[in-house]
Design a protein around this ligand. Structure first.
Ligand code: GLA
Length: 390
């Protein structure tokens, strides 16, 4: 699949700008195995990168212009100048992920006495869009990676790239996301999930047992409320942290949650309970995965889904049904839960390779979206993070 993607991009670069690339980079999308909405609470997440990515062909220029052609968006072209203020594009939304990342990268480089050079870029990807698989984070990280490679920016670590990409999303695109998506895209290791401590940004690679796959099932429920509800959840978590007198809910454990509950509003209490219990489940799930204990992993994933449904209230009845179908199909061999920001989107299923065909068929037979559509299903193994395209 990457071969045709690459051919399409090489063609776009040639048609738009008339040359062949100097180099290629890629950055993957991600799926989160467990640890939902914990990242902006300084907590733990356990995502892995997927075999779907944004790919960029790069050709350096001798001046200060950046020209970008988007092969997935009608070959539209954005041009901007590194020496002029970088402002949002009036009409091309895709261009703002590029502009935002370049702007934040420049701001990061100034104190280091470093800069960027002009370039022509052609971009395309195969991360499903609007499914909650972080196609935008993969675009941002890929853009950062492109300039890191072109300008030899060894001083910019993969963690720096992730923070720069997150800043682009927060301050330029205007989405108040946490660090998980960009960090896993920048730092994933093939065959591994990454247990990320979202306070220290330390990561521990957790090997997925041999012959275990990650199936991603799209409920076809559009993630409509995701923006406003995401921000509401964030403020509720912050309110809970203030109540407990801590910097972030990461600092509250199960015992303190109950002991110091006081007169905390019931909704805010349940939001906090999701975060506190989800952090514990996530570290336990990393241990279970490392031990190859898929039964335990499945229990933790099931408990995570119930907590998202009842306490954090970010699922959807159709997604709940899809999770039940997936859990029944996979049985004791793995687990299933909703993944990502919520209010629709995808379910992640961890399962042995040997059961992929049968589980896929069971889910396809049993699930229809509220509009009567069948699910969309992608199967992936834990992929490598951003870097040169190999
Ligand atoms: C979105 C955000 C992430 C994270 C998840 C929920 O994907 O971009 O930072 O908060 O939702 O776990």
């Amino acid at each position: 699949m990457t071969d045709t993607l690459q051919a399409r991009i090489a063609d776009a670069l040639h048609t738009a700008f008339g040359h062949a690339p100097d180099l290629w980079v890629q950055a993957p999308g991600r799926v989160n195995l467990i640890g939902e909405h914990t990242d902006y609470n300084d907590g733990f997440v356990l995502p892995c990168a997927i075999d779907y990515r944004t790919v960029i062909a790069v050709k350096g220029r001798d001046d200060r212009l950046i020209r970008v052609v988007a092969a997935d968006y009608g070959h539209t072209i954005d041009t901007f100048d590194l020496d002029a203020p970088i402002t949002p594009h009036p009409t091309l939304q895709w261009a703002n992920y590029v502009r935002g990342t370049v702007k934040m990268l420049l701001e990061h480089l100034v104190p280091l006495g470093l800069g960027l050079r002009g370039a022509d870029l052609a971009i395309a990807g195969n991360v499903p869009q609007g499914a909650g698989l972080s196609s935008s984070a993969s675009l941002e990280v890929a853009v950062g990676q492109a300039f890191k490679a072109l300008c030899g920016l060894d001083a910019v670590s993969q963690t720096d790239l992730a923070l720069i990409a997150q800043r682009a999303e927060n301050r330029f695109v205007g989405v108040n996301c946490g660090i998980m998506d960009q960090l896993i895209s920048a730092r994933a290791e093939a065959g591994h999930a990454l247990l990320i401590d979202c306070r220290s940004l330390g990561g521990q690679a957790v090997h997925l047992p041999e012959a275990v796959a990650v199936m991603i099932v799209h409920s076809r429920v559009k993630r409509g409320l995701v923006g406003s509800e995401y921000n509401t959840r964030r403020s509720q978590c912050e309110a809970a942290a203030r109540h407990y007198g801590v910097a972030a809910l990461r600092d509250v454990d199960g015992e303190r949650l109950l002991r110091d509950r006081g007169d905390l509003d019931d909704v805010v209490f349940r939001r906090a309970r999701h975060i506190v219990t989800e952090n514990a489940r996530t570290t336990a799930a990393a241990a279970a995965l490392a031990a190859g204990d898929l039964v335990r992993l499945g229990e933790l994933m099931a408990a995570s889904h119930v907590s998202m449904r009842d306490d954090f209230e970010i699922t959807h009845p159709a997604v709940d049904r899809l999770v039940e179908i997936a859990q029944a199909a996979v049985g004791q061999d793995g687990g299933a839960r909703m993944t990502g920001g919520g209010f629709g989107g995808c379910v992640v299923v961890v399962l042995p390779d040997a059961r992929i065909g049968e589980v896929r068929a069971a889910i396809e037979a049993a699930y229809r979206s509220p509009e009567g559509e069948p699910p969309a299903i992608w199967v992936s193994h834990a992929a490598t993070g951003a870097g040169a395209l190999r």
